[in-house]
Every structure is written in structure tokens, then in C-alpha cells.
Design a protein around this ligand. Structure first.
Ligand code: CP
Length: 311
């Protein structure tokens, strides 16, 4: 594997999940692989889990790690052919090549603007690093996808499922801020790739991109959609059609213990208590959010291992 920018970069998702689970029982087994190799992590946005779990994963493999918050560096220009006489001090063409001299793998987090849909869909930041960097790129959440989170979610479902084909429902939740579609997009793509009975529920008008959803069933009736669910993955996303707007904050879509039934509750975190999900769910044994976060380490470790093995 020579990059991980989307889940389909994995040669086999089934094998990746199994191998990641195996890594948990002996995390330092492959410590030789990363010796004298450096992971540079570039953050255009905040992070708790991705930053710590990816660094831990790299260190489990024996790698050195350098983290750069882009707000601490020179402001980058991404457009070609511009006269750089305003606030941008350095072009991504130089920056990506310079960082590649310090890194064996370059991981990037860059959220969408949620203002310019076409530009966000073009994945201009991560694609610019792919174009100009000379080392493998790992997506730590881009404008449209969060494939490390999706791999951790698949690992969590595989570990906790009690039937061959569990029913998994992605349920939209209200949120006061305009949030990206990346987590939902990658979760949908992951669920379409593994053996689950998968459906989506959200208020009418909150449809995600058709080329992501494809033929996955969408039910506007949350109560109906959640019936007999084994796993309920709750996530807010902002309106995709009326791009980057909030057209519903209906509190009736918040996840409650009553609505959850006997299902396991999943969320990528961070989560707003009693807005997205009530305390009674998060504080119950049905919540698996901490296990999901733990699996972020092994998802990242699997990805870094595959790239290191590729040389
Ligand atoms: N789930 C997730 O990516 O968390 P962070 O934003 O804290 O990295």
C-alpha cells in the first residue's frame, strides 16, 4: 500500500480489520519496521484522538514522529500562478517537497471550508500534498473523508458483533455548529464494504452525496429505522444540498436510551452531551465510544505498517 487517502486504498478491508485486531494483542511486534523512519503529522485543524492515536501507532512501530500545527507555520498558498503579494508566505509546492525531506510518511488533517462546495469536493489541500510531496500521504480527515475513523469503526463492529450480519444504522443528530460530512461519508463507504445490514436515517433535506449513498436505504423516520438495530452510529452533518448550512436543529433527533433499544451506541467523538446524545446513553454499557477511540490506534498502526512494508 503506498498511501491511505480513502478506504479503498486498503488492498482488502476484511483482511485489514483482522490484521488490526491481531495487532492489539502484540502492538510492539513490528517495532523494527519503523526504525529510522519518521512520520510527519500536519494539522490544519484541531484534534485529540487522531493526533494521539496516530502518534502512538507510529511509536508502536518504532517510528519517530514530528507534529506541526499549520497555524504555527507560514501561511500556505495553494493556487497556481498567483502573485503572492498578500498574506500567504509559502507555496505548497515548496512546503510539500521540503517536508518530504524530513518525512518517510506525511499525514494531513484538513477540514473543508463548508462555504465553497466545489472547492471542498476537489480536496484541494490533501490533493496538493499528494501532487507535490514525494512520500506516501495518510488522510487524517480531509474535506470529504475520514478513512482512519471508518477503519476503527469497522474494527469495533467486528469485535462486538454477536451475529454474522448485524443491523447497523447511521442516524443524523442535531448540532449547533456547521459540521463536515467526512465522518458520515467514510462510515457509509465502509459499511457498504463489509457484511452488515446497513441503512441511514436523517431528516428530509439532509441527504448526503448521491455518489456516496448509492443504493443504501434512507429512512426519514428515525424510530422506524432504528427497529432491531444492533449498532447505531450517531453523527451530525450540515446540510449538503444547501451546502454548509443548518436547516434543522430538531432536538427530537437526539439519541436517547429509549430510542437506542438494545443496540450499541457508536460515535466518533468529540460529542456534545444532551444535544447529540443524552447522558444516559453515553454513561451506559451500551456506549462503545471509548472502544472506538482505542481502535483508532490500531487502525492507524495497520495503515502505517502496510505503507512501511511497501518500502
Ligand atoms: N474522531 C476524531 O477524529 O477525533 P479528533 O477530531 O479528536 O481527532
Amino acid at each position: 500500500m503506498n498511501q491511505y487517502t480513502k478506504i479503498n486504498d486498503l488492498p482488502s478491508i476484511t483482511l485489514a480489520v483482522q490484521e488490526a485486531i491481531a495487532l492489539k494483542s502484540d502492538p510492539y511486534k513490528h517495532k523494527h519496521l519503523g526504525a529510522q523512519k519518521t512520520l510527519v503529522m500536519l494539522f490544519f485543524n484541531a484534534s485529540l484522538r487522531t493526533r494521539l492515536s496516530t502518534e502512538k501507532a507510529a511509536k508502536n512501530l518504532g517510528m519517530d514522529v514530528i507534529v506541526l500545527n499549520v497555524t504555527d507555520a507560514w501561511q500556505l498558498e495553494f493556487e497556481s500562478g498567483v502573485v503572492m503579494n498578500l498574506d500567504k508566505s509559502e507555496h505548497v509546492k515548496e512546503a510539500a517537497q521540503v517536508i518530504s525531506q524530513y518525512a518517510d510518511i506525511l499525514a494531513v488533517r484538513a477540514f473543508p471550508s463548508l462555504k465553497d462546495k466545489a472547492k471542498d469536493l476537489s480536496e484541494w489541500i490533501i490533493n496538493s500534498f499528494q501532487t507535490y510531496a514525494t512520500v506516501p500521504i495518510v488522510n487524517m480527515e480531509s474535506a470529504t473523508g475520514h478513512p482512519l475513523q471508518a477503519l476503527a469503526d469497522a474494527i469495533t463492529i467486528e469485535e462486538l458483533k454477536t451475529k454474522k450480519t448485524p443491523k447497523v444504522v447511521l442516524s443524523w443528530a442535531p448540532h449547533p455548529k456547521v459540521l463536515p460530512h467526512a465522518v458520515a461519508n467514510s462510515f457509509i463507504e465502509m459499511m457498504q464494504s463489509i457484511d452488515v445490514d446497513f441503512s441511514i436515517t436523517h431528516p428530509e433535506g439532509y441527504e448526503l452525496a448521491e455518489d456516496i449513498v448509492k443504493d443504501t436505504p434512507v429512512n426519514y423516520n428515525q424510530e422506524d429505522a432504528l427497529k432491531a438495530a444492533d449498532f447505531v452510529y450517531v453523527k451530525n452533518w450540515s446540510n449538503y444540498k444547501a451546502y454548509g448550512t443548518i436547516t434543522s436543529q430538531d432536538p427530537n433527533w437526539m439519541m436517547t436510551k429509549e430510542k437506542l433499544g438494545s443496540a450499541k451506541f457508536m460515535h466518533c467523538l468529540p460529542v456534545r452531551r444532551n444535544v447529540v446524545v443524552e447522558d444516559a446513553v453515553l454513561d451506559s454499557d451500551q456506549s462503545v465510544v471509548i472502544a472506538q477511540s482505542n481502535n483508532r490506534t490500531y487502525a492507524a498502526q495497520l495503515v502505517l505498517k502496510k505503507i512501511l512494508e511497501n518500502g
